[in-house]
Ligand binder design. Structure first.
Ligand SMILES: *Cc1c(COP(=O)(O)O)cnc(C)c1O
Length: 370
């Protein structure tokens, strides 16, 4: 039994564990988000009892009435963060408090109850502790944690859920890139938008992803790996790339500045974005949040003022952009090779995540294993 904020998480571990040889086989080539560990944490909420029925149990299918409101009206939110095997063999979760705070903000936007931050962190700690043998140790490998919450009221009336389920699951994951960091090609989408002012673009809400898939398919038809989202009103300002934030490097060497689109309310406030802004300053670069237009990007690339572009997010850390295409032409960046500033930032972040560098901001949350 684990107690926090008056909420007790009951612990019911599985009786027979996956044998070590079978676990090793599954961990051999885990891919991303393909396999899951042996436990999950679940909590329920209703207006009368608040959060209750918190428990750690075996990872298992859940059964839902076909009339469950989430299946029809998508009232749900999620998070994505990672635990890393440290160079000394211990395990630390990266910035769980920041993810807990964003989970609350997303829930508020979707009219869902806010899970107290210490309960969020405690649930993750329990899961990591019980499934620590599933935390891989290879370079670029991690234990991806996926908290999510959804309305479970039964009925087809549209209203904010009065019954809610929150689950925490975990997926041992390998490198996002199987052949090292490779720059991607992007399609500037003017036909579709991801988010509009007043909408849900700054919440981690599955509907944002569902609505983006058709644009992703279009990008692929245009010969690109993924889509770059522009603002909904003018299609002039760069916002995000796929499910990641974007950043640009102006200038080079010690004069380089990292510039990332400002959080206007239609961008997801990424925790990787936030971390890299701080590390950029620590590495001696400038760091700016402001609006960046497609025109500024195109011209800056042509005259050499914009030297690099990269996307950033928990899953892939940093993904350089090597080529841009749009209905009005395109351009290549840095000869299609990863830029030096992006790669330096990537190493600085990964070293902190893995315990290979000091942690000046307290981003690592160690998990005691007994
Ligand atoms: C999750 C997400 C990001 C990246 O956020 P991180 O906290 O860095 O993982 C960026 N954009 C979108 C749309 C996202 O859903």
């Amino acid at each position: 039994m684990s107690t926090t904020a008056g909420i007790r998480i009951a612990v019911h571990p599985v009786k027979s564990r996956v044998p070590a040889a079978e676990r090793a086989r599954r961990l051999e080539n885990p891919g991303f988000g393909q396999i899951f560990s042996e436990h999950m944490v679940s909590l329920r909420w209703n207006a009368k009892e608040g959060w209750h029925d918190a428990q750690l149990t075996a990872y298992a299918p859940i059964s839902l009435d076909p009339g469950t409101s989430f299946l029809h009206y998508a009232q749900g939110v999620f998070e994505g963060l990672k635990a890393f095997r440290q160079v000394d063999g211990s395990i630390a979760i990266f910035r769980p408090e920041a993810h807990a705070a964003r989970f609350r903000r997303s829930a508020r936007r979707l009219a869902l109850p806010e899970l107290p931050e210490d309960v969020f962190v405690e649930a993750l700690e329990l899961l990591v502790r019980h499934d620590h043998e599933w935390v891989p140790s290879g370079p670029e490998q991690s234990f991806y944690l996926r908290p999510f919450m959804f309305a479970t009221d039964i009925g087809l009336g549209v209203h904010a859920g009065t019954e809610v389920t929150c689950l925490f699951i975990a997926s041992p994951s390998g490198s996002y890139f199987t052949h090292g960091v490779k720059p991607v090609s992007v399609w500037l989408s003017t036909e579709y938008t991801r988010a509009a002012p007043g909408g849900t673009g700054d919440a981690k809400f599955g509907g944002n992803y569902a609505g983006s898939l058709i644009a992703q398919a279009q990008a692929q038809r245009e010969g690109c790996d993924t889509v770059v989202w522009l603002d909904a009103a003018e299609h002039a300002w760069v916002e995000e790339m796929g499910g990641m934030n974007l950043a640009f490097v102006f200038g080079s060497g010690d004069r380089a500045r990292v510039v990332t689109p400002a959080l206007t309310g239609t961008l997801l406030p990424g925790i990787t974005r936030d971390s890299l802004l701080r590390l950029a300053v620590d590495l001696g670069y400038g760091a700016e949040e402001r609006r960046v237009s497609v025109e500024e990007w195109r011209k800056g690339n042509a005259d050499g003022t914009v030297t690099e572009a990269f996307a950033c997010g928990t899953a892939a850390v940093i993904t350089p952009v090597g080529e841009v295409k749009s209905s009005s032409g395109g351009w290549t960046i840095g000869g299609g090779k990863p830029g030096p500033v992006a790669m330096r930032l990537r190493k600085a972040l990964v070293d902190i995540q893995r315990g290979a560098a000091p942690d000046p901001y307290g981003w690592r949350h160690p998990v005691a294993l007994s």
